[in-house]
Ligand binder design. Structure first.
Ligand SMILES: [Zn+2]
Length: 393
């Protein structure tokens, strides 16, 4: 099992589950240029490809090589062949880069649905390719797919045996049960694969507050709710809990001695960092932490489970002294301790999307092969850690 988030948290409470892993290290996340030379700041496509395939690639590419643009096997593919159940859970669109690196291969991360293929001419069905990320994810028969991105699955397939159907209808033909809310997710039964589409785009965030501003904000308490988040939306922890139940039930029904491989992504930690929204970002970190709690509770009863938690790259937010007058955007927050905490965002001009950074990020683990995260490693080493834990051949 692997749990991934896409940003470094700016603050975690003392009781955080992400802080409870016994083994912890740091890893480098750089991407490469087409000629193999380093590109020091990665995006989520290249970084996800790094750990999912063991091969570094160019920014924007999904599980294909940097120069020749050839598909590279992902951990999910041999895991399936070796009899593991598989799952992919996210708060982003299911076709966004981090989920996509496990269950698809495309030239560019923008090729999310059949109508989005402009940057992937050789991947289209018409060109004899595997199609969009949405199509490939259901063709891979991943047992559990839970996240946002309904708009991609509502697009119509343009060629091949499912031509004229939406990707959702294609999924149903392939045996998927399709659910769109918390009640649907709760009532779903094991036995058939599950596609959960809980939002048109990204799943709405859990917390709200004022965005950072030039010169700072008045001290603010984050609001731990979001009026634009429908009550029927499952939390990341809800999705993680159900995914583990479904994957375990599948293996029990098969009398399989193999377990499962599951990625859980708290995607909007990154997205709200780009938007310089400290409350959105921290709320998603707290939601991710509750999903880590679910994973660790499972591992406590199944100690042969590898649980890894990490970020796929660094990001812009920094805690700075209250007396600092930093350039760019900042916000002062009132913490649970009743203190003030200033967060600064200065990796791009105010008004632009804030940028990732090239820093090392934390990787922490417990269980089988977890010692491999110790020290300073490379993102591609996580591929080997998971491959060895699953004993993939
Ligand atoms: Zn990002």
């Amino acid at each position: 099992m692997v749990a991934a988030t896409t940003a470094v948290a700016v603050a975690t409470s003392a009781g955080a589950f992400v802080d409870k892993f016994p083994l912890t290290g740091a890893y480098t996340t750089y991407a490469v240029h087409a000629d193999g030379t380093p590109d020091y700041v990665t995006d989520s496509a290249a970084s996800g490809t790094g750990w999912a395939t063991g091969v570094k690639t160019v920014n924007g590419r999904i599980s294909k090589t940097p120069g020749t643009d050839k598909a590279v096997p992902t951990l999910l593919e041999p895991a399936k062949k070796n009899g593991y159940a598989t799952g992919n859970v996210t708060t982003a669109e299911l076709t966004d880069a981090t989920p996509a690196v496990l269950d698809s291969h495309v030239t560019d991360r923008s090729c999310q649905g059949p109508a989005d293929m402009a940057k992937c001419p050789t991947d289209t069905l018409a060109a004899g390719g595997p199609g969009s990320i949405a199509e490939q994810s259901v063709n891979h028969k991943v047992d559990v797919l839970l996240g946002g991105g309904k708009q991609r699955f509502d697009q119509k397939v343009t060629d091949g045996r499912y031509k004229g159907l939406t990707v959702t209808e294609q999924a149903q033909k392939l045996g998927y049960q399709v659910v769109t809310d918390k009640a649907g997710l709760k009532s779903v039964k094991p036995g058939k694969p599950v596609l959960g589409l809980f939002a048109t785009g990204n799943v709405p965030v859990e917390w709200t507050g004022k965005a950072a501003a030039v010169g700072g904000t008045d001290p603010q308490r984050c609001v731990t709710s979001n009026p634009n988040r429908p009550a029927a939306t499952p939390s990341l922890a809800d999705s993680a809990t159900k995914a583990i139940q479904l994957l375990e039930a599948k293996q029990k029904a098969k009398h399989s001695t193999q377990g499962f491989f599951l990625q859980i992504e708290g995607a909007s930690i990154d997205k709200q960092d780009h938007a310089a929204d400290p409350c959105g970002q921290i709320g998603e970190t707290a939601a991710f932490d509750r999903a880590v709690k679910v994973a660790r509770a499972y591992a406590a009863k199944h100690p042969d489970t590898l649980v890894v938690t990490t970020a796929d790259h660094g990001h812009t937010s920094q805690i700075v002294p209250l007396e600092a007058t930093p350039p760019g955007l900042s916000s002062t927050l009132v913490t649970n301790e009743g203190q003030q905490l200033k967060v600064n965002y200065s990796t791009n001009t105010p008004g632009q999307s804030q940028e990732h950074t090239g820093t090392q990020v934390r990787i922490a683990a417990q269980g089988a092969q977890a010692y491999r995260v110790l020290g300073v490693t490379n993102q591609t080493d996580l591929f080997t850690t998971i491959r060895e834990a699953l004993r993939l051949r």
